[in-house]
Design a protein around this ligand. Structure first.
Ligand SMILES: NC(=O)C1=CN([C@@H]2O[C@H](COP(=O)(O)OP(=O)(O)OC[C@H]3O[C@@H](n4cnc5c(N)ncnc54)[C@H](OP(=O)(O)O)[C@@H]3O)[C@@H](O)[C@H]2O)C=CC1
Ligand SMILES: N[C@@H](CC=O)C(=O)O
Length: 364
């Protein structure tokens, strides 16, 4: 792997990053790292599930895929963290663009050891409340920051808005909307002209679904986002507080991913019946999330009227309606694409740049 022409070790003011995951989102981030917007960042390590490359003097983002394909180095996070340490950069950042629960479980350790973490992976902040609390404590202990913009709405300014409202003393009363880009796209297309399974294959090819689409179709991905939003707003709710409707047929829930992908036609009969029944009543199917004023949380498939805001979405649009103490007559609404490589990668880059700027302002 070649080094970039300039060394990081001598500047002391730059930001070194390692990238975990070079798939849909990680691949798009590699493309962004080659643009002028990322000129202050140095990529010193990258990994997929099986291989990694590292060079404390910097890697050329455009050559990472080829270098990984040729690399003999197996996976070992310690080697990547060593490249961050050896870089001499002022800010050391681990970017997690995997969906790995194992990597997510390490976020708190990295924070505690003084590495910033920027994540598209929701398995750290969107699972147990205990893990959420650990992350907060570890960040304080390490004096570092956690970038999570990509975990909800693929970078739409939802978490930042909630934090701003909370800083101003406002209080979230209820939360409603469509929090999944893939499910939004699927139900925006699903009009009976094509089977659900054909649409699902297409959504996967576009890179909208999770690596295992059962996370989307089973409601877990939406539930994670709801938990992240609620906790960010100051509601300490746990996984058991969310009622989840899964769309995955029982027979497909525990089979290996390849077997699942070969049998997605098993979604068709039930979903087509639900769609046709709803259509007879003049209604549409949408996968909605709701946290009400009593802290009750639910995610699931719901029939809505054509005038419902969720019925008027397009593409991968997400919709977040925030009812707060000061926005209670009418909710504050944030809407826009909620999945896709480029917007998500931009959210990761934005977090890395923002944490670097915040540290600089703090004189770190
Ligand atoms: N796609 C989207 O629109 C959005 C995705 N996200 C989140 O981004 C993350 C990545 O999604 P996406 O890019 O679509 O998924 P992909 O399946 O395309 O990519 C996942 C990548 O992670 C790698 N990987 C898996 N385990 C490890 C590991 N232990 N160490 C290093 N790399 C690993 C995979 O390696 P290998 O190639 O070897 O399998 C692959 O390169 C997910 O958490 C998802 O929720 C968030 C917002 C939007
Ligand atoms: N699979 C997710 C991707 C973004 O988080 C979704 O469909 O929203």
């Amino acid at each position: 792997m070649s080094a970039v022409p300039r060394a990081v070790a001598t500047t002391g003011t730059d930001t070194a990053i390692v990238l975990l995951g070079t798939g849909v989102v990680g691949g798009a981030l590699l493309r962004l790292l080659a643009t002028p917007a990322a000129s202050t960042l140095y990529l010193v390590g990258a990994a997929n599930s099986k291989r990694q490359v590292a060079n404390a003097r910097g890697l050329v983002p455009g050559r990472v895929a080829a270098a990984l394909a040729e690399s003999a180095a197996g996976r070992d996070d310690a080697g990547l963290l060593a490249a961050l340490d050896d870089s001499g950069a002022a800010h050391r950042v681990v970017v997690d663009a995997t969906a790995s629960a194992d990597e997510a479980a390490r976020h708190a350790d990295w924070l505690g050891a003084g590495y910033h973490v920027v994540s598209a992976n929701k398995a750290a902040t969107g699972e147990t409340l205990a893990a959420w609390d650990d992350l907060r404590r570890a960040g304080r202990r390490g004096g570092v920051l956690y970038g999570d913009a990509a975990t909800v709405g693929a970078g739409l300014p939802v978490l930042s808005t909630l934090r701003r409202l909370r800083d101003c003393g406002d209080r979230l009363l209820a939360l409603d909307g469509v929090f999944s880009g893939s499910l939004s796209w699927l139900f925006n297309q699903f009009d009976g002209s094509r089977p659900f399974s054909a649409l699902l294959r297409e959504a996967r090819a576009f890179g909208y679904t999770e690596p295992d689409p059962r996370l989307d179709l089973g409601g877990a991905d939406v539930a994670r986002k709801l938990l992240i939003l609620a906790r960010t707003a100051g509601h300490p709710i746990d996984t058991t507080d969310v009622a989840i409707e899964s769309l995955v047929p029982a027979a497909l829930r525990d089979v290996p991913l390849e077997a699942f992908l070969a049998r997605v036609e098993e979604f068709d009969a039930d979903l087509e019946r639900r769609r046709a029944d709803a259509a007879q009543r003049g209604r549409l199917l949408r996968f909605l999330a709701r946290l009400d004023e009593h802290g009750r949380a639910r995610v699931g498939l719901t029939e809505v009227a054509p005038t419902h805001p969720a019925a008027r979405l397009a593409g991968t649009d997400n919709l977040f309606a925030l009812t707060t103490h000061r926005y209670r007559a009418q909710p504050l609404v944030i809407q826009g694409p909620g999945a896709g490589p480029e917007v998500t990668a931009q959210a990761l880059l934005g977090d890395v740049l923002a944490l670097t700027a915040a540290q600089a302002r703090a004189g770190v």
